[in-house]
Design a binder for this molecule. Structure first.
Ligand SMILES: [Zn+2]
Length: 169
């Protein structure tokens, strides 16, 4: 997602970019902290919605307060713990076996391919690979693709302080 400053006072306030994986958790965090401010903003699409100067400023102050209090770092820690504890699911490309035997797997000779030493330890097999799960037979939950960090919150708060209002495009 590209977030543009409407009336930036510094270079820092002109533009903020998070790819969609980073943007979602960051914006969810903003909505959670300041529902009355962010709850009505369409943050899930790039349709140009956003906040006017005053709202962006208020959100910046709220985020900086949270950062300074240490609560953002705590949130990051809990967030990462939750993700680390999510159940992993069976890889659909190899049916959870770790060896891909469909047409693609056959064409690429995956069943004969030797596994990396770490995967050999985990699986107890030496050969038979899958390009989707690296031979492990399991994949991370999709939620694990959405990272969150206090550092990213700080970058956004700095942008907000100088953007003079923003639009999500
Ligand atoms: Zn697999």
């Amino acid at each position: 997602m590209d977030v543009y400053g409407v009336s930036a006072t510094t270079e820092r306030g002109e533009y903020f970019r998070n790819n969609v994986w980073w943007w979602r958790p960051l914006w969810n965090y903003c909505v959670e902290l300041a529902p009355e401010l962010c709850g009505n903003v369409d943050g899930d699409t790039n349709g140009g919605d956003g906040l006017a100067a005053e709202g962006a400023d208020d959100l910046s102050v709220i985020l900086f307060n949270e950062l300074a209090s240490g609560r953002t770092a705590e949130y990051e820690q809990k967030y990462n713990e939750t993700i680390a504890n999510l159940p992993r699911h069976a890889c659909k490309y190899c049916g959870g076996t770790g060896t891909r035997t469909d047409e693609v797997g056959q064409d690429m000779g995956m069943s004969k391919r030797e596994l990396s030493p770490e995967i050999q330890i985990i699986t107890g097999r030496t050969h038979g690979w899958c390009n989707a799960c690296n031979g492990e037979g399991k994949q991370d939950s999709w939620e694990a693709s959405y990272p969150f960090s206090a550092e990213n919150v700080r970058e956004f708060a700095e942008f907000l302080a100088d953007c003079g209002g923003f639009q999500i495009c």
